[in-house]
Design a protein around this ligand. Structure first.
Ligand code: FAD
Length: 395
């Protein structure tokens, strides 16, 4: 079956940009991607890439860029008690021993993905406000008065997805009761801070994470703390560095070494949603946070959106205009249970990280045992499953 599908992706975040690249590079489809912001970019913060997504970045030729811009973390990565007592090593490889765990600056990852797109594929300044479809085509319209038509529309427009209401009755995001203080410290301000490890400290109701990004030039930190105040999730809500320092007062002195250099911090309230029972309607399907927003406690939101994009591209490579709606359903079926498991797992892990157990020995044993779950997560290669799903579609 000859495949020359024409695909529109709405949303130029990590999920949409990777999907557009995979659709073009791996499957040879015509892709246009529409982003509401006037330019592609991300506020300063880190994202952690794991082997289950890096194998797909490698497939579309971006492994050298990940190695250049990322900071690979190694075997000295650890979980600690709040006072600095080591709990357990962090899983940094898949079961084969392949270490593909990288801290990345989000802006670097987004730029790298945008630079790899086919010329002319990216359209910024397009806020999608409307969607309609019939038996043969799907159409999107934008706040700037433009409109566009394709065989398929993929909504990668994030947790507040505008297009989501066209596939499923609207639902409210679920507030976790926690807020993340995030930011970056230049490594030259903390020259003794290691640039080869992911480190997390766990205490009652809060936890603190730090890992290197941009080839070790910057140290990304995230302080997860409880809050009564529900705030809109945002990269840009400023936080007070002194409040952040007070929140972790009395913890491992290494945390203070880092936090004393913080001049600017951002707060992001943490929301997810209940797993959706379906996320496809004929020629429209969701991807990434639009489909399955999750808490960051497994560091998998971006990684899962990359898996989504690779699964989608692999299945659509074998579809044509007539079979496209079936192909989108096959993509959704392939992804739904795995991402729901990760969504639930992220909630559970957040409780573990916030030490809900009164017996810290139980918590520490669970953290140690969690390496097996991580290996299974990282071993997963969505491509053979997507190929089987595509073959079943043709049978
Ligand atoms: P988004 O990044 O939200 O992108 C959506 C894009 O769509 C945006 O560019 C937006 O401007 C655009 N858009 C929205 N509406 C419209 C519209 N109507 N028209 C056109 N464009 C539109 N994940 C990891 O894998 N590893 C981590 O270490 C990690 N750490 C995290 C830490 C924190 C504190 C948080 C909160 C999340 C973390 N995540 C992590 C999750 C990860 O950031 C998200 O899951 C991921 O970025 C989702 O990507 P996305 O492309 O689906 O959505």
């Amino acid at each position: 079956m000859q495949s020359r599908l024409d695909v529109i992706v709405v949303g130029g975040g990590i999920g949409g940009l990777f999907a557009a690249n995979a659709l073009a590079a791996a499957s040879g489809l015509r892709v246009r991607i529409y982003e509401q912001a006037p330019a592609i970019g991300e506020i300063g913060a880190g994202v952690f890439l794991t082997p289950n997504s890096v194998r797909h970045l490698k497939r579309i030729g971006l492994e050298p860029a990940v190695q250049k811009w990322g900071a690979r973390v190694g075997g000295d990565s650890r979980y600690f008690r709040e006072d600095g007592t080591p709990i357990a090593p962090v899983q940094v490889t898949d079961s084969s021993g392949w270490n593909a765990t990288f801290g990345m600056h989000r802006a670097d990852l987004v730029q790298m993905l945008a630079d790899a797109l086919p010329v002319g594929a990216l359209h910024v300044g397009h806020r999608c406000t409307g969607f309609e479809q019939d038996a043969g085509k799907a159409r999107v319209s934008f706040a700037n008065g433009a409109s566009a038509e394709a065989d398929i529309v993929i909504a990668a427009d994030g947790i507040h997805s505008e297009l989501r209401r066209h596939v499923f009755a609207s639902s409210e995001p679920v507030f976790s009761g926690s807020v993340a203080y995030r930011g970056l410290v230049p490594h030259h301000r903390v020259p003794d801070w290691p640039t080869d490890r992911w480190q997390m400290w766990l205490g009652k109701g809060r936890h603190f994470l730090a890992f290197p990004v941009r080839a070790g030039e910057l140290i990304n930190y995230v302080g997860f703390v409880p809050t009564d105040e529900e705030m809109k999730e945002s990269w840009t809500a400023p936080g007070d560095p002194d409040v952040l320092r007070q929140t972790f007062a009395g913890w491992d002195p290494r945390i203070h070494e880092l936090l004393k250099e913080v001049q600017l911090t951002f707060r992001w309230a943490l929301y997810d949603r209940e797993p959706l029972p379906s996320w496809t309607r004929q020629r429209l399907s969701l991807l990434g946070d639009a489909a399955h927003p999750m808490l960051p406690h497994l560091g998998q939101g971006a990684n899962q959106s990359i898996e989504d994009g690779m699964a989608l591209a692999t299945i659509l490579a074998r579809a044509d205009r007539a079979s496209a709606p079936q192909a989108l359903l096959a993509y959704e079926r392939l992804r739904r249970d795995r991402v729901a498991q990760v969504q639930r797992g992220a909630r559970e892990n957040g409780l573990r990280y916030d030490s809900v157990h009164s017996d810290l020995g139980v918590r520490d044993a669970e953290i140690t045992a969690h390496a097996a779950f991580r290996r299974r997560l990282y071993d997963h290669d969505v491509v053979p499953y997507a190929q089987a799903a595509a073959a079943a579609l043709l049978a």
